[in-house]
Design a protein. Structure first.
Length: 293
């Protein structure tokens, strides 16, 4: 199930489903950018204030129910979305399919929605985190993916961990949040999929522990390929060494350093659409539109 594509004049609903930014003016700058792109923006109760999990959930459900709203984008990530996950009305979401987007902590929103409803969701830019800044690639990818184009995601000097080309549906998000979902009613299925992930501020030993956890949970057993975003970490070489240890003999294409995640200028990655990973060229290509045309 795909949401309708986003067009100029459409309404984008925004709320702070995780943290508020320290600088609230970042929300204004993000709204200004979205408005300059031809969209209308609807703010909610929690857009600019600290809220309880139930208040955040109320905002989400209100935006889902609002026929005027075509897309929902979080102000930023951080933490807290997991606290209202169990109360999310998946039936309501399935009856009102629309674009739902965010990354980082929003992994525990966009991944469970896809798994429970089949609705394509989006691991992509947020209001204060990205649209408040000068990120032309972010804007270009956002407009193209939500407009129905089949885009490619490359890298700025990535690393081929294991060569080859693979096709499969995309599933993934922030590594630490994906691991958190394992064993819960909101676990995710990697069979026949291209798994993508990234993270920020993690040390090599922690990445090793999370990947070992995923391996023990069977997440790599039937995966078709692994597309890794650029990790925003101090010891990047150490993290890449961990990837080599875990994935060089996995027997599927694996590439590190794609342009998504906790870095400037990021791609919008649709969860649930067919894609092709070319680990030799370091390119992830969408094979179908992510939205209804």
């Amino acid at each position: 199930m795909k949401p309708q594509r986003l067009s100029q004049g459409d309404v984008i609903g925004i709320s702070s489903f995780a943290w508020l930014p320290r600088d609230l003016s970042a929300i204004d700058r993000g709204i200004e950018k979205l408005t300059s792109l031809g969209f209308r923006v609807k703010e909610m109760h929690c857009t600019r204030r600290e809220c309880t999990p139930s208040e955040k959930l109320r905002d989400l459900h209100a935006l889902i129910s609002d026929d005027e709203v075509k897309a929902i984008i979080s102000v930023r990530g951080g933490w807290g979305t997991l606290k209202f996950l169990a109360e999310m009305d998946m039936s309501l979401i399935a009856k009102n399919p629309k674009i739902i987007m965010g990354f980082s902590d929003l992994t525990t929103v966009v991944v469970p929605i896809y798994e429970k409803t089949g609705l394509v969701t989006f691991y992509g830019p947020m209001v204060a985190s990205n649209f408040s800044k000068d990120e032309p690639y972010t804007v270009d990818s956002f407009l193209k993916v939500l407009g129905g184009e089949r885009v490619s995601v490359g890298s700025d000097g990535g690393v081929r961990i294991s060569g080859g080309v693979a096709r499969g549906r995309l599933i993934g998000g922030c590594l630490s949040l994906l691991v958190t979902l394992i064993g819960t009613p909101y676990d995710f299925n990697t069979d026949g999929a291209i798994l993508f992930f990234e993270d920020v501020g993690e040390l090599p030993y922690r990445v090793d522990r999370m990947l070992t956890h995923m391996k023990l949970a069977g997440k790599f057993k039937n995966v078709k390929g692994i597309a890794i975003g650029k990790f925003n970490v101090e010891d990047e070489d150490g993290v890449v060494d961990v990837f080599v240890e875990h994935f060089s003999d996995l027997g599927v294409p694996v590439f590190y350093g794609l342009k998504f995640g906790h870095i400037p200028d990021i791609a919008t990655i649709p969860i649930g659409v067919e894609a092709e990973l070319d680990a030799d060229k370091g390119v992830l290509r969408l094979l179908e539109p992510a939205v209804g045309l």
